[in-house]
Structures are given as structure tokens and as C-alpha cells.
Write a protein that binds this ligand. Structure first.
Ligand code: NIG
Ligand code: FE
Length: 423
């Protein structure tokens, strides 16, 4: 006999929810809506959505154990929303551990990029890898993300550059979407680097005239569905004007705009994102004051990536200035061969220590705001009745432990559930 409900989490020492919020994101002034319930329970239905949240006694009065497929006693534990990683480059072949040594010896990101390493190195190896090899390593990476509490992750292509290899990467992402439980938001990032032997104009034209029409056709054929378009808007990569052209062409085929900007040099990328109605701009270490105001006014999220500033010893993104100005701040791991980090708990930890975010600000940035940056905050990013039942259960009496403890989350994170299914 099938049960009426999928999962009951009862008697949690703490359960982090969002209360009385009107919009699908949290600004600095709205952080009080992130509320910690004590001795609380949560019900997830057979459809994978949250049916009830409340004090354990109230939930006991409304539901009986017999109605549930699975009941977990959460005493001594805390329940949090699943983490959302708003920025990753997880499909690639070719190890770059040797570049870590070069960087430690003083080479900059651009030194390595311009000498043919960096993205170009990964592009060569990704081109020669088979689709099956790429899928296997991608799957293992997603499994590691899941074990660190990530339940929805943005995944970029961008180590193909040529149409065939970009499509190979996007097919790998599509397959994982179909076969795995973890949620995926898929991003076409063909403008991640200018291919060898091409000018910026030639690369831009190729993307607009060949890549994007191919993506449109693939979606119509139900072969590949892409959610977002990304460009690396940077000095020596795609300039502001080519970035604008590519993003507008992507928008015209229905993609969300979500791109890399103002990372190593000030480019006015934030201003461009605001002007074009982008959902988000990532990195922003070099954002201007005007860029900060523009993001706030346009409700364009800033996806901050503390691992990048850490590994490249860049200046930290100005998280406090952005929060004070009313920007929707999100977080991502930036997982890629340069910043080899799967863990959103570590990302939140770095955001607090290095970017001076509060614990609640970091959690909101890695859940509800990250969901907003992917256009998913109506269904994801918080524990609220009606939202998807994606949860992380930690073996600690206070939720802050998930940020406070750094390194080795395997023992701390006891369960991860997606749509109420323990994974
Ligand atoms: O977000 N900045 C551009 N792209 C990636 C790095 C990609 C790579 O080095 O392979 C980033 O950090
Ligand atoms: Fe990136």
C-alpha cells in the first residue's frame, strides 16, 4: 500500500525557514525573515513538495506516522534548505594541478591563460575526451556536490568553444538532468575564451550565426534544453560590446542572461547586466560604485565566488557594500579546474570570514538568492509550504555548524533529500 506522504522530519532542534516574505529573494533589510524554528517538524508529500512545517506537537496533532513512507527523528539535528550552487564549470577533462604550483610561485591567472594554459588547456583535453568519459567524471563531481549538501547546481559548458564540443558538453549536462536526482540549471558558455586563431569579432559572429541557432533547433527537437547564456566579459577575452551582442542574441532565443564580469579588470559589466535585464552577473571583484547601484536598481543578482579570490589571491568582492546598497547577493563555488571546490559549506565559510558576510546572509546567498539568480526561487531555495522538498540534515544542535566547521562535512551532513527522497 502506498503511503500518503513521502517524508516526515520530526523534532529537529532547529529548522531554518523563511517567514512572511513577499519577494523571492532576501536583501540585507529582509534577513529577519530567515527564521529558526526550535523543536520543529516538516512534511514532504508524494509529489516532492513541502506540505506542512511547524512545532513538532502541532504536526503530531495533524499527521500520523503511518501516513509516511519515511520518518526521521531529527532530535539533536538541524534541518536546512538544500544548498544552491549558482556558478560552476563541472564538465571537463584534463587535470590542471600543475597550474596550482605555477600560481603558488607567482604566476597570475592571465599569465597562464595567455601562455596557452588555463581555459585553453582544458579546451584541448575536453575536445579529445569522449562523451562517455565526460559524463562519468561529471557524474562523480555531481555526487560529491550532493554529499556536500548541494541540491540544485548551475552547470556551464564553455570548454568546447567550437560548436561540436559545446554541444557534446551540453548533451552531457542534459543526460545528467534526465538520469540524476540533483537539480541542474544548464548554461551555454561558448564565449568563455576566444578560440585560437580567431578574432573576438569572428568568435562573436560564429556564436550568433551558428551556435545559438543550433541551440534553438536542439530545444525544438527536444534534444538539449539550455536555461542560461554566459560570456566571459574581460580584458583580453570578450569586450563589453561583443558581450552585449552575444547576450542579446541569447535573450532573443529565450535564454536567461547570467555572465562573468568585472573579475580581473573593471569592465562596466555590472552596468551592462542591469541594462540588459540579466538575472545575474558573477565575480565582480572589480565592480564600480555605479555598477553596485545599477545591480540593486535592476534586481540583478551579484553571484560572488569566494573561492576565486582565495585561490588567485585577488581582492575580495565588496559583499558588504553590495548588501548595504540593496543588491541581491548570491554565492557559487565556481567549481572548475582553477578553483577545485565542490563544497557550498566551505564557500559560505569563506564568504563570512573573507567577505565579512553574516551567517544568515551567507545562508540566504547560498539558498533563496542563488535560486533567484537561476530564475527558480518560486520553487527552490527555502523551506516553505508549496516549495520543493530539498533539505540538508546536519548532525549538530545549531544550524550555524554547517558554516562554522570547515573541511570534512561527511560526518556533519547526515542526510540530503531531494523532493523528499533521501539521496
Ligand atoms: O569563473 N573566469 C572565467 N572562468 C572561470 C575559470 C575557468 C578556468 O580557469 O578554467 C571562473 O573562474
Ligand atoms: Fe566561472
Amino acid at each position: 500500500m502506498s503511503c500518503k506522504f513521502r517524508l516526515l522530519l520530526e523534532n529537529a532542534d532547529q529548522l531554518v525557514v523563511i517567514c512572511q516574505k513577499e519577494e523571492e529573494f532576501l536583501l540585507l533589510e529582509g534577513m529577519q525573515h530567515l527564521v529558526v524554528l526550535e523543536k520543529a517538524s516538516l512534511v514532504i508529500g508524494n509529489d516532492g513538495y513541502i506540505k506542512a512545517i511547524g512545532p513538532t506537537e502541532t504536526i503530531h496533532g495533524q499527521f500520523s506516522h503511518a501516513e509516511f513512507e519515511t520518518v526521521i527523528d531529527c532530535s539533536g539535528k538541524c534541518v536546512l534548505p538544500g544548498f544552491i550552487d549558482a556558478h560552476t564549470h563541472p564538465v571537463w577533462a584534463g587535470d590542471r594541478v600543475h597550474e596550482f604550483t605555477m600560481k603558488l610561485a607567482g604566476a597570475t591567472y592571465m599569465d597562464i591563460h595567455q601562455s596557452g594554459g588555463g581555459i585553453n588547456f582544458t579546451v584541448e583535453h575536453t575536445e579529445s575526451a569522449s562523451e562517455e568519459e565526460l559524463f562519468c567524471s561529471f557524474k562523480q563531481r555531481l555526487e560529491r556536490m550532493l554529499r556536500a549538501g548541494t541540491t540544485l547546481v548551475e552547470c556551464k559548458s564553455g570548454y568546447g568553444l567550437k560548436l561540436d564540443t559545446e554541444l557534446k558538453m551540453l548533451r552531457v549536462i542534459e543526460r545528467a538532468q534526465r538520469e540524476m536526482d540533483i537539480g541542474i540549471s544548464s548554461t551555454y558558455c561558448g564565449a568563455h575564451s576566444v578560440p585560437k586563431g580567431k578574432s573576438v569579432k569572428e568568435a562573436t559572429d560564429d556564436i550568433i550565426e551558428h551556435h545559438l541557432p543550433a541551440l534553438k533547433q536542439m530545444a525544438l527537437n527536444d534534444e538539449i534544453h539550455v536555461d542560461n547564456i554566459d560570456v566571459f566579459c574581460e580584458k583580453g577575452v570578450f569586450d563589453l560590446e561583443s558581450t552585449r551582442q552575444i547576450l542579446l542574441a541569447g535573450k532573443a532565443i529565450g535564454l536567461h542572461l547570467n555572465f562573468h564580469g568585472d573579475e580581473l579588470n573593471p569592465m562596466n559589466s555590472a552596468e551592462l547586466g542591469a541594462e540588459l535585464g540579466a538575472l545575474a552577473v558573477s565575480h565582480l571583484e572589480e565592480i564600480s560604485d555605479e555598477g553596485i547601484s545599477a545591480l540593486a536598481a535592476a534586481k540583478c543578482s551579484a553571484i560572488l565566488l569566494p573561492t576565486t579570490a582565495y585561490i588567485l589571491r585577488l581582492k575580495q568582492p565588496r559583499a558588504r557594500d553590495m548588501l548595504k546598497a540593496g543588491v541581491i547577493v548570491s554565492l557559487g563555488s565556481d567549481f572548475n579546474p582553477n578553483a577545485y571546490c565542490f563544497s557550498m559549506p566551505l564557500v559560505m565559510h569563506l564568504a563570512c570570514v573573507n567577505m565579512k558576510m553574516s551567517l544568515k546572509e551567507a545562508l540566504a546567498a547560498a539558498t533563496i538568492n542563488a535560486a533567484y539568480s537561476l530564475g527558480r526561487s518560486h520553487t527552490h531555495g527555502s523551506l516553505e509550504v508549496g516549495k520543493q522538498g530539498d533539505v540538508v540534515i546536519i548532525n549538530a544542535p545549531r544550524w550555524e555548524h554547517v558554516i562554522y566547521q570547515f573541511g570534512g562535512h561527511q560526518e556533519l551532513i547526515e542526510y540530503v533529500a531531494i523532493k523528499g527522497k533521501i539521496v
